[in-house]
Design a protein around this ligand. Structure first.
Ligand SMILES: Nc1ncnc2c1ncn2[C@@H]1O[C@H](COP(=O)(O)OP(=O)(O)OP(=O)(O)O)[C@@H](O)[C@H]1O
Length: 265
């Protein structure tokens, strides 16, 4: 299953905030979307999922234009991890995860033993089995984020779109989720998983060896392998502060912005 966008224009209420956006992700591939606050990452994701209409261009899912697929058909193919949100009702975390299975069920079917087992396995995989019975609305931001990732895993869709999945996670959970993304893509060649995720941390693209899309002001500023796309000069320009990219002795690429420097200062 391949998700592809060609020459996409995105925006809200008919007003474009981004144009000329093309991308593709397929089985076993990880695409890392980077860019400053407000550059259009969430808007792009919501357009790729058909939650808001494209203002131009095309999105295809497999062979089918997205516009011709119903909501349930899209949900069987793409799992979405939104930025953590609070639902209006106090569901148990386990029920939120179980909702990931809904797309696989018929319109009037209720979840069976296999669905409950998949939800429990997803919670377990992220190390949060203990949160299953807790009220989702009373969880911390990071705990909610892990529950939403568990929901996406339980959904078992071949593609995952994750909006800043590590944004409010502690250091350990951040590493755990990154490892999960890597594992999903590794299993991808066999299972057909592809992942698009957004992040504010360029090092995550280096660590995963993910293809990069660097956005700025609604356009794609750079794309490709992280070492080529995320140079110090380009990152400095896009984020408006001097940024260094250095290789450690162990071969890891690390980014840093010196303290004490302000925009324009
Ligand atoms: N529902 C909305 N209606 C109108 N404009 C919106 C709406 N949601 C977002 N925008 C605008 O669209 C632009 C892009 O927002 P978006 O949320 O896509 O950015 P982002 O790159 O995901 O930002 P961040 O990194 O801060 O999460 C912003 O200027 C924002 O104000």
């Amino acid at each position: 299953m391949r998700l592809a966008a060609r020459d996409l224009a995105i925006g809200h209420g008919g007003r474009a905030i981004g144009r000329g956006l093309s991308l593709a992700v397929g089985p076993g591939e990880i695409l890392c979307l980077l860019g400053p606050n407000g550059c259009g990452k969430t808007t792009l994701f919501r357009t790729l999922l058909g939650l808001i209409p494209a203002l131009g261009g095309t999105v295809t899912l497999g062979e089918a234009p997205l516009a011709r697929l119903g909501r349930a058909a899209v949900a069987r193919r793409i799992a979405y991890v939104p930025q953590a949100h609070a639902p209006p009702f106090p569901y148990a975390a386990r029920e939120i995860v179980l909702m990931g299975r809904t797309a696989r069920l018929g319109p009037f079917a209720s979840p069976g033993a296999a669905d409950h087992a998949a939800a429990a396995a997803a919670l377990d995989r992220l190390g949060i089995a203990g949160l299953g019975g807790q009220d989702y609305t009373r969880l911390s931001g990071g705990q909610r984020q892990l529950v939403l990732i568990a929901r996406a895993l339980a959904q078992g869709a071949p593609l995952l779109v994750m909006d800043e999945p590590t944004a409010s996670l502690d250091f350990g959970n951040r590493a755990r989720v990154l490892a999960e993304i890597a594992a999903l893509a590794r299993a991808g060649a066999a299972e057909g998983r592809g992942v698009i995720f957004s992040t504010h941390d360029p090092e995550q693209a280096f660590a995963l060896g993910a293809e990069v899309l660097l956005m700025q002001g609604g356009a794609i500023r750079a794309r490709g392998r992280p070492e080529a796309a995320l140079t110090a000069a380009r990152l400095s320009e896009v984020y408006g502060v001097p940024i260094t990219v250095e290789r450690t002795e162990s071969g890891r690429l690390v980014c840093a912005a010196p303290l004490g420097l302000r925009r324009g200062g």
